[in-house]
Design a binder for this molecule. Structure first.
Ligand code: AHR
Length: 496
């Protein structure tokens, strides 16, 4: 049994946990957009509204999804937005291309459909523009089509297609992974391309928030140095972090279990290094947020590259089994997001349905929620709250020196929320949470299972599901909980 005391430091707020940190990502890749979100209006076997699956819509609404990035990914740098507007039967059929997959894309899920989905979910849209095979004019036109209140030809086209009011899309990505699939640029060449795009985009919509495509520390430093005196054209710098060192998706060893959690924890260091590079480049004169607009676990069964001597699933679908371990890894990363909420301005888990680290999976008419869905849902009380530091008084450490039990806390006008992770694979933990104030009520929820290898599936959708957790008072402002091994829990403490 591990004994731990956690002290929530209400006197040292870190900042606001922007709902944008809980964003998601929908790419036209595999069965994420088509089949996962969109089944079309003609489908009779799956209940849908306006072409979107109702079961998935409801699950995502409850998650929640405050931000949704679309249409890629690598797909974005092949995407021509005009293909996806107007009468569905007149839309061109194109090669849908991302990550080596080539599929027939009938463009039935286009701009209006995606923005309708966002409105239904209460999600802010984040559109990724095409640099690799597009032009500054094409992207300017998309911004004008979506956002112009002036009755231009494009704005009138938008009205004719059913949306007279501007959509008001604020977040625009200027390409995606332009160091690789988005055109294989070198940093200085892409930097100059970015300046050209951003200059023109700002003319069309000065309120647009523009995201430049980052990569490694070296790329980021060179990129910002080349943008130089035009640095105020950047609002956010995009970085991606996939965890790839955890061995097989389900049959992992104990060592691989810890390796994945350690890799998830290293996401924070990447954000910190990126923040230092930004501070260096701007001299503190201009604020650039960090957009971690793709993150999560990418198991070897679902990729063509990277470590892991594990047979790839054939055909490659980018789908993987999501275990409790993946959910714990997501929670480990979220602790870092909260601590870095001053620098990290948005984040998008990759991807929202069926593909990679998905919270929701579908198979025909069946749908189930992965352990990661439940982990995210346990973090709901933190959205929009003030992040507070948590001090660990004592406790065991893992083989890599990380604390066995960790936590994140936040405060709203209604009270405190503390999310705890017992990362230890086999030891239980007894945790005393001290929060200074003397809240009167406490409620807890826990996510665990017999094994961290457990998953949910169409046949067993509730194998890993949240349950009530007993939270016992232990003197003024102190509460005690018991956490089984490999578990995650949120306790909500209220004044009355
Ligand atoms: O999320 C899958 C792919 O990963 C995206 O298309 C790309 O941006 C990244 O390499």
């Amino acid at each position: 049994m591990i004994d731990v005391t956690m002290i929530v430091r209400g006197d040292a707020p870190i900042g606001t946990i922007a709902p944008r940190l809980y964003g998601h990502f929908a790419e036209h890749l595999g069965r994420c957009c088509y089949d996962g979100l969109w089944v079309g209006t003609e489908r009779r076997d799956i209940p849908q509204r306006n072409g979107f699956r109702l079961d998935v819509l409801e699950a995502l609404r409850a998650l929640p999804v405050p931000l949704l990035r679309w249409p890629g990914g690598c797909y974005a740098d092949h995407y021509h937005w005009r293909d996806g507007i107007g009468p569905a039967d007149e839309r061109p059929r194109r090669l849908g291309m991302s990550c080596g997959l080539q599929v027939l894309d009938d463009n039935s899920l286009g701009t209006h459909e995606f923005l309708w989905l966002c409105a239904q979910l209460g999600a802010e849209p984040y559109l990724a523009g095409n640099v690799g095979s597009g032009t500054p004019q094409e992207l300017c036109d998309w911004v004008e089509y979506c956002n112009s209140a002036v009755p231009t030809t494009l704005a009138r086209m938008r009205a004719a297609n059913g949306h007279p009011e501007p959509f008001g899309v604020r977040l625009w990505g200027v390409g995606n992974e332009n160091w690789g699939c988005g055109g294989n640029y070198d940093a200085p060449t892409y930097a100059r391309e970015y300046v050209r795009y951003a200059t023109m985009l700002r003319h069309v919509d000065p309120s647009a928030e523009l995201v430049i495509c980052g990569h490694t520390d070296e790329w980021n430093a060179e990129l910002l140095a080349t943008v130089g005196r035009h640095i105020n054209l950047i609002d956010h710098l995009s970085i991606h972090h996939y965890w790839t060192h955890g061995g097989p998706e389900t049959e992992f060893s104990e060592q691989e279990y810890y390796a994945l959690l350690a890799e998830a924890a290293s996401t924070e260091a990447f954000v910190e290094r990126t923040a230092a590079i930004i501070a260096d480049a701007t001299g503190g004169q201009h604020r650039i947020g960090i957009a971690l607009d793709e993150w999560g676990v990418w198991h070897p069964e679902a990729r063509l590259w990277g470590p892991g001597d594990v047979p790839r699933r054939e055909p490659l679908t980018y789908e993987q089994a999501g275990t409790l371990r993946d959910a714990l890894a997501a929670a480990v990363a979220l602790e870092g997001f909260h601590r870095q909420c001053q620098q990290l301005t948005l984040a998008n888990l990759a991807q929202v349905v069926n593909v990679l680290h998905a919270p929701v999976m579908t198979d025909g008419a069946r749908m189930w929620l992965t352990p990661t869905y439940h982990a995210l849902r346990l973090h709901r009380p933190h959205l929009g709250a003030t992040a507070l530091p948590v001090q660990l008084e004592h406790g065991a450490t893992l083989p890599d020196g990380q604390p066995a039990v960790s936590a994140t806390a936040s405060r709203t006008g209604e009270g405190l929320a503390v999310t705890l992770i017992n990362r230890h694979i086999s030891e239980e933990a007894r945790v005393l949470v001290r929060c200074g104030d003397a809240p009167e009520s406490a409620a807890g929820q826990i996510l665990t299972s017999a094994s961290p290898r457990d998953t949910n599936s169409a046949d067993e959708p509730d194998r890993v599901a949240p349950a009530e957790l007993a939270v016992a008072p232990d003197g003024p402002g102190a509460w005690r909980v018991e956490l089984p091994p490999h578990s995650l829990a949120t306790i909500v403490l209220r004044a009355a």
